[in-house]
Design a protein around this ligand. Structure first.
Ligand code: PGA
Length: 249
């Protein structure tokens, strides 16, 4: 079922006390929300935050998982470990992972398969850099990112996927994609899903926008026909902004 989702990607921010305080503030200020809310803290906070939101309908996501099942991979965290804490989601393919940790589409597909094996739902990120945007090759790039990863999945497996379109030039820059740019790409992505899996699946998939989405532009972005919510970085670290974004639907 296509859902409206607002997910907060905390990245490598907030220590223990700060993370607990932020969750508490979000809980204290959220009332009767129909949107699905997801919080993605650093690995070390996952278990505690899962506990803090246990009596609510807020979901928790890991920001990444290992491509390996288990073994001698110092510092890595497996999908099996994440799943054993009843964490619901994992983000895979964030551009910061692709760029800073050289994660290729091939590696990301391995991570996706690990996550699926342990029944995690996946927020899969795609997005072009400024060069692709300026040269006009952004559609080809996004199609390649999806063809080599999620489009390898069966119709059954694809139901565990949420897409986040995050143009790299908009992430953390304050330069949000315009409503037209967002809608154009989201509709392109939905059409790719339709071509590959048919109308029903393409109509059911949630496609989130990410990249300097904040409480001033979320309402406009979320009103686009094919934008089903947002993956929020900076603005998810301030509870009042995050709550306003959640209430933008
Ligand atoms: P931003 O980050 O909202 O700070 O631009 C979004 C993201 O990277 O997921």
């Amino acid at each position: 079922m296509r859902k409206n989702i607002v997910a907060g990607n905390w990245k490598m921010n907030l220590d223990m006390n700060e993370s607990h305080k932020l969750v508490q503030n979000i809980l204290d200020n959220l009332i009767a929300v129909k949107t699905e809310v997801i919080i993605a803290p650093a690995f070390i906070h996952l278990n505690k935050i899962k506990e803090l939101v246990s009596n609510t309908n807020i979901h928790v996501a890991a920001q990444d998982c290992s491509a390996n099942n288990m073994g001698a991979f110092t510092g890595e965290v497996s999908a099996k470990m994440i799943s054993s804490y009843n964490i619901d989601y994992v983000i895979i393919g964030h551009s910061e992972r692709r760029l800073n940790f050289n994660e290729s589409n091939e590696l990301l597909l391995t991570k996706i398969n690990q996550a699926l094996k342990y029944k995690l739902d996946i927020i899969f990120c795609c997005g072009e850099n400024i060069d692709h945007r300026q040269k006009g090759s952004y559609f080809e790039l996004i199609e390649k990112q999806l063809s080599e990863t999620v489009f390898r999945l069966s119709s059954k497996e694809i139901s565990n996927i949420t897409i986040a379109y995050e143009p790299i030039w908009a992430i953390g820059t304050g330069q949000t994609a315009s409503v037209d740019q967002a809608q154009e790409m989201h509709s392109f992505i939905r059409n790719l899903f339709e071509r590959k899996y048919g109308f029903k699946i393409s109509n059911n998939i949630s496609i989130l926008y990410g990249g300097s989405c904040n409480s001033s532009n979320s309402k406009d972005l979320f009103s686009c026909e094919d934008v089903d919510g947002g993956l929020i970085g900076g603005a998810s670290l301030k509870f009042d902004d995050f709550v306003k974004i959640i209430n933008s639907f």
